[in-house]
Write a new protein. Structure first.
Length: 255
């Protein structure tokens, strides 16, 4: 009898200890925490972004950005992005921007094929002012956002939507502050609303972000729209500073 009691107690103890661990593993991660966990040196994410600028219904400019973002232990460490015009018939030379260790290098566009070091640092690889690869920025959106979908075994990714302001982004986003030269935005700029819609994958990481905002009127009122997509989270990425191309080089430098 004693032996049966010991065996039964042991059998019952195993599932009791295993259930919490399994439940914790299956529980969805907080999106900001899931993003933070991806900050591993030598790894990153691939991005594709479509940016549009309108005056009323007239399309003023369109661009497509494609490239990679590298992470370090504390966040974004650098990026390598190719930007080109997406307007029909526009054959402008694409511009490639690479940031490494706080330095920015440019190639293409009006600069030509050689890499040139820029005096200004590219604070963000994106057209949108919402730097979603900052946990604080991501976290600031979700509490106020309205959930538009839910994730499950066969479900679509979770979707959220809401509105923030450039003033709110200035308070939470280091990259947005850097883009302004750390100068406070004017009252009109700070009040500018940014409408956003965010899709999270089942891994709770960003999959897509669509934003739109209207710049306060100066000479003319313009509206900007960004459609940004993320893929291949954790892909190995190691960016290095490009070597200046020799004067006689015929190919693209730093490729």
């Amino acid at each position: 009898m004693k032996r049966w009691i010991i065996v039964a107690a042991t059998a019952l103890a195993v599932p009791t200890a295993a259930v919490p661990a399994a439940a914790a593993k299956a529980a969805p991660a907080d999106p900001a925490a899931a993003l933070q966990a991806r900050f591993v040196a030598g790894h990153g994410v691939r991005i594709v972004e479509s940016g549009r600028t309108y005056s009323g219904r007239e399309l003023l400019s369109a661009q497509k950005r494609r490239g990679t973002v590298e992470f370090g232990p504390s966040g974004v460490a650098g990026h390598d992005v190719l930007s080109k015009s997406d307007l029909p018939g526009d054959d402008a030379t694409p511009l490639r921007t690479r940031t490494v260790g706080g330095d920015t290098y440019l190639s293409g566009g009006m600069i030509g094929r050689k890499w040139a070091r820029s005096s200004a640092r590219a604070a963000s690889p994106f057209f949108t002012p919402v730097m979603l690869l900052e946990p604080a920025t991501l976290k600031s959106l979700l509490p106020a956002g309205k959930k538009g979908g839910s994730a499950g075994k066969k479900a679509r990714p979770s979707t959220f939507k809401g509105t923030t302001t450039l003033g709110a982004l200035y308070r939470v986003s280091p990259s947005y502050r850097a883009s302004l030269g750390r100068k406070r935005p004017t009252a009109a700029v700070a009040a500018t609303k940014v409408n956003w819609r965010l899709w999270l994958g089942r891994d709770r990481l960003p999959a897509r972000l669509v934003t739109s905002w209207t710049v306060p009127p100066r000479a003319m009122r313009v509206t900007r729209v960004s459609d940004l997509r993320f893929s291949s989270w954790g892909t190995p990425i190691t960016l290095t500073a490009p070597a200046p191309a020799p004067a006689s080089a015929s190919g693209e430098a730093g490729s």
